[in-house]
Design a protein around this ligand. Structure first.
Ligand SMILES: [Zn+2]
Length: 263
């Protein structure tokens, strides 16, 4: 499908981990639909990488926070500071909604206490919406958001977007003890973490074996493996390992700027 006829667009703004890397920021993905411009996570480096990939950063309507690890939220103050002052001599009037697990407001209040009131009072309307696991939340414009809890931190959520011509799931960070394949079933794009090799697998991250199991169950049009530790990428062909573990569908390894039409 050509970009011109697509209903949406997904772009990787950051696909790194906690490890500093020259060519990728920490977690940040841009989901653009007819009515929403959603930033999924806002890890350190996001503000820079949004410019680097040519994103309409000033037009972001919504932010999704998967969990509160620094590599997923660290650039929130930077982005809000940019939205407050970065459009001078104009001022942003577009409202912003920040979605996330229970505790999202407390995280923003902490950033505000440390760096300034602009975080929660940036001069335009900012709405913080905390959603529980199992949420089924209409977002307007025919788009809806669903969540499931993931075994990573107490608050961690995977998210799925359906409607407005698109179907996408993002694992956030997760361990293998969750029905993530069922949750992501039938999506156009399944963005799935694959942090570590099987021989170093943990109960709070995925490895090729567990990622392949979820991907095979979900059978998405495209699997995008992300949040792969650079030591692992350097030592192994991660895509080949996922295929060898039983996933036969289309798959790619995320890079900064990777983009695909949806819908
Ligand atoms: Zn994490």
């Amino acid at each position: 499908m050509s970009r011109a006829s697509a209903r949406g667009q997904f772009t990787v703004a950051g696909c790194g981990t906690v490890v500093p890397e020259a060519d990728r920021s920490c977690s940040a993905y841009l989901l653009e639909t007819g009515n929403h411009r959603f930033l999924l996570d806002c890890g350190p480096g996001t503000v820079r990488s949004l410019a680097r990939i040519g994103a309409d950063w000033a037009g972001i309507t919504d932010i999704w926070i998967s969990h509160f690890h620094t590599d997923h939220v660290g650039d929130l103050p930077g982005l809000l500071f940019a939205l407050k002052w970065g459009l001078l001599p104009d001022r942003r009037t577009l409202p912003l909604t920040v979605w996330g697990p229970a505790g999202t407001r407390q995280v923003l209040e902490g950033f505000a206490a440390a760096t300034g009131n602009y975080v929660l009072d940036p001069g335009f309307e900012i709405d913080v919406r905390e959603v529980p696991p199992g949420a089924h939340q209409p977002l307007g414009g025919g788009l809806e958001l669903r969540t499931i809890a993931t075994p990573h931190t107490d608050e961690s959520l995977a998210v799925r977007f359906d409607g407005d011509g698109i179907a996408l799931a993002y694992s956030g960070d997760t361990g293998p003890a969750v029905a993530l394949g069922q949750f992501a079933a039938g999506t156009q794009l399944f963005v799935c973490e694959c942090s570590l090799p099987d021989e170093r697998s943990l109960d709070i991250h995925l490895s090729p074996r567990s990622a392949a199991r979820f991907a095979a169950a979900a059978s998405p049009d495209m699997l995008l493996l992300t949040h792969v530790y650079p030591q692992f990428r350097a030592a192994a062909d991660v895509l080949a390992l996922v295929r060898a573990a039983g996933y036969a569908g289309a798959a790619e390894l995320a890079t900064e700027g990777w983009t695909t039409p949806l819908g």
